[in-house]
Design a protein. Structure first.
Length: 563
């Protein structure tokens, strides 16, 4: 028997993200997969803005953008005729996120990026290793695995994460249901080299009587990913050849497409299913092991990576003895409602695209294009569409692990994603809040207040009290003071009176309260985090240090000219 802190089963994007985050947090992790290596097909192709923000915390987002293809707009067609264009990039999105686009970046690229990052952190994926059985004890979980040479091993872990896809062995071992439905329409996906009227780098969706065709421009001249529906005479086929794809487009669409080469073609049926639980004891489910849905909107891989971020930072704190185990209860409380919302949205989108009812088909082909023409030029409509697809709307306001002790309704609330903005004054002038928030620690923003009559008079004294309070907990928290001079950040966060915002490692607000209400902050910290044992003497922390090696708390000061 061998031991580890966390065993991850499944080395797709979800499992690899989990392994990266745990390893870089100082947690001992093993990751196994029954496949013989990473995915070589592109499969999932879109990385949305929220996911890029999360990857940025591992310093991986810029690498992905450098090797991906930003999807800035998409042409919409009906029976081959254009009826509008959906543009994503505009000044409003640039103010909301550093990644105001969907990134065309294949699952194969994502996996290789994460594997390389994992290797740089000292990790290694154990390929050709299959889960045979799983059992739990009061203090651990045990997994029996078999390697490619036939040898078997029992791995004892404090926690096990099942990220092993829709046919999850971990989910089956837990005897969890996977309720949902299989859509009757048969789909195909193909990676093509082609020419068409829209040009080499322009994507588009064509709505047709028998379904839809969605072309996604990939990196490289004339490379596209094609999603489409098969006509009735081909629905019983398990495989397609290039001539079949050509015939489907020629007979079922009004498009003029010249396919030069097919690099990959696959036939499949899509499902909408979700596990009844995401956790049983010391075992968790994440990604496709917990939920699967239609490809509408390209949400699958992004949702799985979001699961990994949500769970990984909590597991890391528990393993290192920095938080109470009750924090893990918030994983289901936060991700099950989110997964349900994604399933509802993708199901609605797919039902529209693949409608079989004659009335719905008529609405799709004739009414929907006219409605789109009327509203597609509106900035508010463009913002709304981008916001929905990007997952920037993700919020955990109803989570038991977040607290708001003020009644202010301006700005973000506890559970919301921390807003993206820039410092205007002080030593961090010109830096974005997301640059400050990188890494896997918590960050506490102390806002001085935007109105002279409400600004806190003894800001330095309050900082000292906060440092003393934070130093009593095991969890590392970085303190940042936002001076009165940073008016845009005060407005962005909806702050007039001095306030506190505690940001979690996944970029969401854990706590919002009044700056003077240290009892409220202490109550929150007491509930979730372990206190340090009393020490007779603490190492001094100088105000000049931007970061300190002593792990009690790092202090980052952004006081501005007025302090």
């Amino acid at each position: 028997m061998t031991m580890t802190d966390v065993l991850v089963v499944g080395a797709g994007p979800t499992g690899l993200t989990m392994a990266n985050l745990l390893t870089r947090s100082g947690v001992k992790v093993r990751i196994v997969d029954k496949k013989d290596g990473p995915t070589e097909e592109t499969r999932a192709v879109v990385v949305h803005a929220k996911t890029l923000e999360l990857l940025d915390r591992l310093d991986l987002a810029d690498k992905a953008v450098e090797n991906g293809e930003p999807l800035l707009n998409a042409q919409l067609l009906s029976r081959g005729k254009r009826f509008g264009k959906l543009a994503f990039l505009n000044n409003e999105e640039e103010r909301n996120t550093p990644y105001p686009f969907g990134l065309i970046y294949g699952q194969d690229q994502t996996e290789h990026l994460l594997i390389q990052s994992f290797a740089e952190a000292g990790g290694r994926v154990e390929w050709n290793t299959e889960l045979l059985s799983l059992e739990q004890t009061p203090g651990s979980a045990r997994a029996r695995v078999r390697a490619s040479d036939g040898s078997e091993e029992t791995i004892e872990a404090q926690w096990i994460v099942g990220a092993d896809g829709s046919h999850s062995s971990v989910r089956h071992a837990l005897s969890l249901g996977f309720a949902g439905q299989t859509y009757m329409m048969t789909l195909f996906v193909a990676d093509l080299e082609m020419e068409w009227d829209l040009g080499p780098h322009r994507g588009g969706m064509d709505l047709e009587w028998h379904g839809f065709f969605f072309f996604v421009p990939m990196r490289g001249e004339g490379r596209f990913r094609l999603f489409g529906t098969l006509p009735p005479d081909l629905t019983d086929r398990d495989t397609l050849i290039l001539d079949d794809v050509r015939r489907v487009l020629d007979t079922q669409s009004g498009l003029h497409v010249n396919i030069l080469k097919a690099n990959w073609i696959s036939v499949y049926r899509t499902h909408q299913r979700m596990s009844e639980r995401f956790r049983v004891g010391r075992v968790f489910l994440a990604g496709d092991a917990a939920h699967i849905h239609s490809p509408a909107g390209g949400q699958g891989m992004n949702t799985g990576i979001g699961d990994a971020y949500n769970l990984a930072w909590k597991l890391a704190l528990i393993v290192k003895g920095q938080a109470h185990e009750t924090l893990l209860d918030s994983y289901e409380a936060e991700r099950i409602p989110f997964a349900r919302a994604i399933l509802r949205g993708s199901d609605w989108g797919f039902q529209v695209q693949a409608a079989t009812n004659p009335i719905l088909r008529w609405l799709k082909l004739y009414v929907l294009p006219q409605l789109f023409r009327l509203v597609s030029w509106l900035p508010s409509f463009k913002r709304r569409v981008f916001w929905l697809f990007s997952q920037l709307w993700t919020s955990y306001r109803s989570s038991p692990a977040v607290t708001q002790s003020v009644s202010d309704k301006q700005g973000p609330r506890a559970g919301d994603r921390a807003p993206y903005g820039f410092f205007e004054a002080g030593p961090d002038a010109g830096k974005s809040t997301f640059t400050i928030l990188r890494g896997m620690d918590h960050h506490l923003f102390l806002f001085a207040g935007s109105k002279p009559d409400t600004a806190f008079s003894d800001l330095r004294g309050l900082e000292e009290q906060l440092r003393s309070l934070l130093a009593t907990y095991e969890v590392p928290v970085h303190l940042h003071t936002v001076s009165v001079a940073n008016l845009s950040l005060h407005k962005l966060y909806g702050v007039e009176e001095p306030g506190l915002f505690l940001v979690r490692p996944d970029g969401h607000l854990a706590y919002r309260g009044r700056a003077q209400d240290l009892d409220g902050l202490k109550s929150y910290l007491d509930k979730w985090f372990q206190q340090r044992e009393r020490q007779t003497q603490h190492e001094p922390i100088t105000l000049a240090d931007d970061r300190v090696s002593e792990p009690l708390v790092a202090v980052d000061r952004t006081l501005g000219d007025q302090q």
